[in-house]
Design a binder for this molecule. Sequence first.
Ligand SMILES: [Zn+2]
Length: 88
Amino acid sequence: MIIATAVRRHKKNKTQKLINGFIFTDVPQFVTSRLGRPQLRLKGYRFCESSSFGPKVNWRCTRQPRGCRARITTVDNCIVRQEDNHNH
Ligand SMILES: [Zn+2]
């Protein structure tokens, strides 16, 4: 049991190292890109703003130029619609 626990702990550390300290979460994180544009981070994916109507914002995956069709819609910074079909 002690060995199993140690292995599990090791795996967890390895995962954290792989994702470079970024915590994968279902809670959207609103950040600003290097170019000063708003971005949304979710589960390790990044989305950029495609259009907004008042409090409603449509986000598209930053890999859209590579054919990713994932999209998110937020209202008042809450996810109301999510198409999680990433191709990467
Ligand atoms: Zn994507």
